[in-house]
Every structure is written in structure tokens, then in C-alpha cells.
Design a protein. Sequence first.
Length: 255
Amino acid sequence: MSNIYIGRYIAKESLIHKVNPLAKLLSIVIIIGAVAVAKSYYAIALSSFIFAITLYASNITLKEIYLTVKPFIFLLLLTFTIQLLFSKDGSFSIDIKNNLPNAIVVVTQFFLVIALSSIFTLTTSQVDIVRSILFFVRPFKKFVNIDEVAISIIIAIRFIPLLFHEANTIIVAQKIRGIWVKGYKNIFKNASIFFKAESFIIPLFVKVIDYAEKISITLKYKSNIDKIMIVPKLKLLDYSIVVISICIAVGIYNV
């Protein structure tokens, strides 16, 4: 599981790690919102610069970011190809010269959104993520069960790396048995294994259901779950980070 970074928390000493999870979530959402609506090269360049500073402040390495973004590479390439073959009005147009700038902007936006989100998950524990989300859900506690929402979110977040881990375990077992064959010539043969119920789907399904049952029972009978899910009070650093994020977002939007 050492190479699986989606939904994983990496404990380190950094400025970003010390920020209150609620302030961190608000800041990331604000900046991602600004990046998503950025259209000019200057806005994208400024967004990339902010990402580089955030990455440095978080003490997260480029390798860790790459391993987090790696599962989305195919989607990024597909997005780039679509933007390259279609004009801004949505019509099919093989005009590489005019479509290339827009394709670069869109793919860079997509990458920055994934990368910034990854910094948040890599620097924030799963419990802190749930605390931050529940902070916005608590006003609606008359309509929803907070305990069930907390359990559901924890299971959902934990299942992201779990699915990759269990799938990798099954693949390793198949390699030992000689079912999984290396080489690009056997790519279609290997891909067909994923659709075989007895060799991949059922083992993965059984392990996921078993894990879900265990974690739900454990969390359901925690009598102090309300105390655990309380977000720590915001400090001066946290308010400063949120204010700076708002200023950055305004700058990105207006560039």
C-alpha cells in the first residue's frame, strides 16, 4: 500500500499540517473555485505559482503528488484530446493551432484542482476531514442523523485507498499463480481478468463488505463520537490563511 496515495494522510511537520482542518477546507475550496473559473494564461500561471507555494509549505514531495495524480493521467489525456478536437463552441474542428491554447488551459485547470485537493487530503487526517464536513452538516441535524453521516463519510474516505490496496493484493496473488502475464501484448488478456467474477469481482466484493461491516460496527458503538467530531477552535493563523485564500482567489479571478 506504500504506493497508494489517494485518500491517504501523511503525517509531517509543516505549516499546512498545523492549519485547522476547517480553515484548510475553506481555503482549498475557495482557491479551487477560483482556479476552476480561470480562463487566461496569467490566471493559470498565478494558480500554478500558488500551488507551488502551497506544496512547499505542506512539505509534500513532487513524487507524492505524482502518485496521487497518477490514476487520473488517462482522464487528463482524454480531456486534452477532446479539447484539441473540439472548438470552444462545442463543434468538431481539427484546428490544432486555435484549439491547443484552450486545451492547455483546461487540462492545467483539471490538474491543479486534483493536485490542490490532494494536498488537502495528504495533510489532513481522515477524522479531521470528517470533522470539517460535519461542521457544515450540523445546522441540518434536525433533518439528518449526524452519527450516520459521520460513519458514512469515514467509510467512503477509507474505501478509496482500500479498493486500490485490495485490488493490488488480488493482482499480486494472480501473478504468483501465473494468471497475470506481463507485457503490452497481454494487456487485453489481463484486462479481461477484472470482469471475471470468480477471480476478481467476488474476492474484492467480499473483502469490501467485510471491512464495511467491521468499521460501521466499531463507529456505531462509540459513545463519544459527538466529542470526537468537534472541530478545534480557529486561531489567528487559521483566520489569516482563509483571508489570504480569499485575496488569492480574487486575484486569480480578476487576472
